[in-house]
Ligand binder design. Structure first.
Ligand SMILES: [Ca+2]
Length: 225
């Protein structure tokens, strides 16, 4: 989906953007329609497509176990993701799962990443899962300084649930070499636990951004008019 002249540069809006022969009504993404027959419609569409291009350009880097491989189980040999992300503090995240008992033998996941040294990090995480114990699931994300093994978050940032989900944020100061190890584990008999660590875009984010930007521009045009 490209609009000639507007790709990746929103500053061109209002100077040279005319892409579509619009008279009357143009439908955006099967639901949102913009009704006008003035040049404004072209400006709106230009803004929308420029926004989409910018969104794609800054898309998050995500390691997904389902397509990129199961993360390491032994604590002493975590998966090295330093080249996957470059800097995990940027838009990036991990999607994975652990399972135990009747659900599998993937008891824990360990990986380490590179971050900017000596900065305050705030990393979101979430768990969702199911259990056939009919009771509680305890899950943990523990954060270590990879090189020294020192605790950065001691695993207390955990929750419990049965068939629901929890989310929280891991707040810590990155170590002097920036290498940070994450440990994901759980304490239950029979459960599969899906988790995310870091920034993981939700399905449809780009579409929502596109529609939202177009709507915002339209509102502003109306206010100015
Ligand atoms: Ca796994």
């Amino acid at each position: 989906m490209e609009a000639t002249g507007a790709r990746g540069n929103g500053r061109e809006i209002g100077t040279s953007v005319v892409y579509f022969p619009v008279d009357g009504q143009f439908s955006i993404l099967h639901g949102i329609s913009v009704k006008t027959n003035s040049l404004n419609t072209n400006l709106l569409l230009g803004a929308a497509f420029a926004g989409l291009s910018l969104s794609q350009a800054s898309a998050a880097t995500v390691y997904n176990e389902s397509s990129d491989g199961d993360l390491s189980g032994p604590f002493g040999s975590p998966t090295d993701l330093t080249s996957t992300f470059g800097n995990f503090l940027s838009d990036s995240g991990v999607i994975g799962s652990i399972s135990t008992g009747t659900r599998g033998s993937d008891l824990a996941n360990y990986f380490y990443v590179q971050m900017t040294p000596n900065v305050a990090a705030s990393i979101p995480y979430s768990f969702s899962g199911d259990s056939d114990d009919g009771g509680m699931i305890f899950e943990y994300v523990t954060v270590y300084a990879h090189t020294s093994g020192a605790f950065l978050v001691d695993g207390s940032s955990s929750g419990y649930m049965s068939g629901s989900s929890v989310s929280d944020t891991l707040n810590f100061i990155t170590p002097s070499d920036g290498l940070v190890r994450f440990a994901v584990s759980q304490e239950t008999s029979n459960a599969t636990m899906n988790y995310t660590i870091g920034t993981v875009p939700e399905t449809g984010t780009a579409v929502l951004s596109l529609v939202g930007l177009a709507a915002a521009v339209l509102r502003r045009r109306r206010q100015q008019g």
